[in-house]
Design a protein around this ligand. Structure first.
Ligand SMILES: Cc1cc2nc3c(=O)[nH]c(=O)nc-3n(C[C@H](O)[C@H](O)[C@H](O)COP(=O)(O)O)c2cc1C
Length: 339
């Protein structure tokens, strides 16, 4: 006799705790979950918004999309197939998804391999070596599953991206309100939200260019003179609605987890897609790189960590430190179980 998994509150609560490991803009964790009569609802929590940097809430919804995909992976690992209705209530735009569950006898697709990456994936702001040839091909398919498109940005257009970067940096640098908001989400190591200082390069290592948002200086020490040779990829969507943002977030999570499973290091980047003038240049570069979707959502730096055992330079680097792992709110803080 086949035994199907049951969607009891304990199993769902455990899956939500894995969903909370998802990446989110500045580690804001803008999600709130509600479990009632066997149905789980995912809401965007706008009390945790960053109105200066993200006035439309696009990056909040992308972050929730990443959490939704993490939830899928955790449920499927438990032999529960999620039946997901996205933006199910026109009168409540903050309700991003309603999820019901169907027990399965067999694991689904690649969920077993991905489950083990949920606790390993990290945003890594150190320079990377280039990924091996062909390593990005499968990731394109992973993004497509959620109606997003992934393009590898052709390095030939580096000068255009440098220009986009200068425009974004200039706009950010001159905006005190932007800096105040960013500083508010730059937090001491061990805090339950925000980007920990130990995950941010120190003043000697930090840089402001295509491949890095300028953050307040942290205390992550990077090997002196290390060059970044990461591949830069872009996730785009056909239109630019909350549904597209949710899909982009699911695609982001899928790409990051599959990359982690392939021992690739990753860093999501949105500094170039949140300023309209630089987003326009990114759109142009993507188009020249073969992209047909017109709405750039998020870039990802992907490569081999210079600190990973896979590279020739993998031996301990003098004076370099490991990034601090970012904190998370507890499942009790984000999940309401309605009896
Ligand atoms: C929508 C979104 C935008 C992000 N933008 C950036 C960015 O511009 N620069 C950066 O270094 N990290 C960026 N990140 C990564 C977050 O800072 C990171 O996910 C968060 O601090 C949690 O850390 P973790 O990914 O190591 O768990 C972004 C993540 C998301 C989901």
């Amino acid at each position: 006799m086949v035994h199907y998994a049951s969607a009891d509150a304990e199993t769902i609560s455990s899956a939500v705790s894995y969903a909370c490991l998802a990446p989110s803009v500045h580690n804001i964790q803008p999600w709130s979950w509600r479990l009632r009569r066997g149905e789980l609802s995912l809401y965007v929590d706008r009390r945790r918004s960053i109105p200066i940097e993200d006035p439309s809430g696009r990056q909040l919804v992308i972050s929730c999309g990443a959490a939704l995909h993490h939830l899928r992976v955790a449920l499927e690992h438990n032999l529960l197939e999620p039946i997901v209705a996205t933006l199910p209530d026109r009168t409540d735009p903050d309700l991003l998804a309603s999820i019901t569950f169907r027990g399965r006898a067999e694991p689904i697709g690649s969920s077993a391999a991905l489950f083990s990456t949920l606790e390993r994936r990290r945003t890594d702001r150190r320079p990377f070596d280039p990924p091996r040839a062909g390593a990005l091909t499968g990731l394109v398919v992973n993004a497509r599953e959620f109606e997003a498109s992934m393009t590898v940005i052709v390095r030939r257009y580096g000068a255009m991206l440098d220009k986009a970067s200068r425009i974004a940096a200039q706009e950010h640098r001159s905006d005190t309100a932007y800096w105040n908001e960013l500083e508010a989400w730059t937090t001491p190591d061990g805090a339950e939200a925000g980007v920990p200082l130990g995950a941010l390069p120190d003043a000697l290592s930090s840089h402001e260019d295509v491949s890095a948002r300028a953050f307040p200086s942290g205390h992550l020490k990077i090997q002196r003179g290390a060059r970044d040779n990461a591949a830069l990829v872009l996730l785009s969507t056909a239109s630019d609605t909350p549904k597209d943002w949710l899909n982009a977030g699911q695609a982001l999570s899928s790409v990051l987890l599959h990359a982690t499973a392939s021992h690739l290091a990753t860093c999501p980047l949105t500094h170039l897609t949140e300023v309209e003038a630089s987003r326009e240049i990114v759109r142009d570069v993507a188009c020249r790189s073969g992209e047909t979707f017109q709405n750039p959502q998020i870039m990802i730096r992907i490569g081999l960590s210079s600190h990973s055992a896979e590279t020739a330079s993998g031996q301990a680097q003098l004076g370099a430190t490991e990034p601090v792992v970012s904190g998370r709110r507890t499942v009790e803080e984000v999940l309401t179980v309605v009896p």
